[in-house]
Design a protein around this ligand. Sequence first.
Ligand code: NAD
Ligand code: TDX
Length: 331
Amino acid sequence: MRLLVTGGAGFIGANFVHATVRERDDVHVTVLDAFTYAGSRESLAPVADDVRLVEGDITDAALVEKLVAESDAVVHFAAETHVDNALADPEPFVRSNVLGTFTVLEAVRRNSVRLHHISTDEVYGDLPLGDPVRFTEATPYNPSSPYSSTKAASDMLVRAWVRSYGVAATLSNCSNNYGPYQHVEKFIPRQITNILTGRRPRLYGAGANVRDWIHVEDHNSAVWRILTDGTIGRTYLIGADGERDNLTVLRTILRLMDRSPDDFDHVTDRAGHDLRYAIDPSPLRDELGWTPSHTDFEAGLRDTIAWYRDNESWWAPLKEAVEARYRVREG
Ligand code: NAD
Ligand code: TDX
């Protein structure tokens, strides 16, 4: 199989490429990535000899057309992904997430190529705290932020291209990922690297907001399962029963890094901050037989902390610029 992976130099995409090279001899990977601030050549260094790397933008229709025409399937990760950045400047989100997905869709339509579109649980908005209800594929879309609204728009385009043009696409909406190669702007790596650089962790508001954590390798094994066995046109929700509030996650990090439980600062809350995300992954388990393998969150967190400790050269060049941006937000 000739597989085109958009956004393969980002966090989840790079882990996906690593797993694919490791586990699937019969797959030839081409990565298309614009190397925005979030993309990293170093993330693909371990597989540099095994993949073709093309630097380019998913809104470049001629380039996307050429690469899609050379492929049997596309896994579309490329997007602007950070909610705080979207609040500060939404324009790149509309361009990459909406126009970019449109460009990919037109190319797969013209070339009759299989597409898997990567999306997020944030398209469903948020859930109340302390309620057993979880998101299912029937939950109405109700995005809150410029980020999630552009992801929701991209999902709608994919669904319409399936229905109107018969594009062979599947979609997945996953919960919060953690693991190696995640940008230090995101919650878990930010707190780990704050501690490693002598800064204090920063918690938005009271830390009561709940996220449903899944290890990135489990997200990616689910993507492969959907790509090979999923029903065209279907949306699959990917989650691993990992609900935890932010304060609990932060206190676990502090304990695993031998800090006291109160060794952090509360900072200004995020505007429009979604309260709780929670995925009901039953169809993925019952219909496609997928199960996560990283079921011990604390063990996954310990490995992730060790990865950031051992790979300072990967994240250290990014850290100061990220914290400078946060200083503007947090005062
Ligand atoms: P990331 O920000 O780490 O990586 C995004 C990658 O896309 C980068 O390599 C960047 O250079 C590339 N990119 C951005 N705009 C581009 C453009 N216009 N053209 C080409 N390349 C471009 O993101 P991530 O966390 O790995 O997320 C990947 C996908 O998974 C996104 O679609 C995101 O919405 C989705 N997702 C993420 C999470 C999560 O917890 N991180 C959860 C659910 C879904
Ligand atoms: O310093 C921080 N302190 C803090 O309390 C940061 C960066 C975040 N937070 C909070 C905000 C959220 O409640 O932690 C939670 C997680 O924040 P993010 O890592 O920014 O993730 P989130 O907004 O939940 O979105 C993530 O999951 C879904 C990804 O960034 C999205 O791309 C994905 O779609």
